[in-house]
Design a protein around this ligand. Structure first.
Ligand code: NI
Length: 248
């Protein structure tokens, strides 16, 4: 069940039985020569929507631009400043809280977002802690889960990609996008086959260190069939975890 495909009457009815909603989050950033720029947002969105459809959970629109300043030397990448992202997340949370949603489950698809998401949670809880009246019954609780940490996903990664999963433009995330959008599968020569690993600071440093955009990965191993398996495993785990969170 997607928020943007629902009417206000349906959302009002949903709120009678649940105060919980999944918010998929990602980034809009380069994912190497063969990975889609929307990869991180697509992964979280596909898993969230599959769980929402199967179990009747409400899924918010995807928060699809995140922390990607280090990718800005590659065409098409977009980024928010940390302060903008925190402010936007607080506004999203307040909007949902206004209607009675008190369990906000943020399903994230981008490692670079994690610090800022936790800072936004701090901002949300800060306002709550300083609210004087009546907050106990209606306090918002947030949960962050990275989709690749859902139960079973890393076991499948190790099984399918003993080498070359890497850190960015990984075969697992590329596989999920290939399953979701087979019409957008890209072929590209990858050299070296497994990309280098290392640290980086800003966009220029990143491009110098990782010239084609990948970090430590060999996304040529990805396939739509792999993507289907990742989505199935992640969806099953998400349904179980979200149900528990919604009841907390
Ligand atoms: Ni990614």
């Amino acid at each position: 069940m997607q928020l943007q495909l629902s009417t206000w009457i349906e959302v009002e009815a949903y709120l009678q039985s649940s105060k919980a909603i999944i918010i998929p989050m990602g980034s809009t950033e380069q994912h190497g020569p063969s990975g889609l720029i929307g990869t991180d947002a697509i992964c979280a969105e596909v898993v969230a929507r599959a769980a929402g459809d199967e179990a009747g959970f409400l899924v918010a629109p995807t928060f699809n631009v995140g922390q990607a300043q280090h990718h800005m030397a590659f065409a098409g990448s977009m980024t928010l400043r940390p302060s903008t992202m925190i402010a936007a997340m607080v506004d999203w949370a307040n909007s949902l809280k206004c209607h009675g949603f008190t369990r906000l489950y943020w399903l994230n698809g981008h490692g670079g977002n994690i610090a800022t998401i936790n800072a936004a949670f701090g901002e949300i809880y800060h306002a709550q802690s300083f609210a004087i009246a009546g907050s106990a019954g209606s306090s918002v609780r947030c949960q962050l889960r990275n989709w690749w940490e859902l139960e079973g996903v890393q076991a499948l990664v190790k099984d399918l990609y003993p080498q070359g999963e890497g850190h960015h433009a990984t075969p697992s995330e590329v596989a999920v996008t290939q399953f979701a959008y087979p019409q957008a599968i890209k072929g590209a020569a990858l050299s070296p086959r497994i990309a280098p690993i290392g640290d980086f600071t800003d966009a220029a440093d990143y491009r110098r260190t990782f010239p084609d955009g990948r970090i430590g990965s060999d996304p040529a191993q990805a396939s739509p069939e792999h993507g289907k398996r990742f989505v199935e495993i992640a969806t099953k785990a998400l349904i179980a975890e979200f149900a528990k969170f919604a009841a907390s």
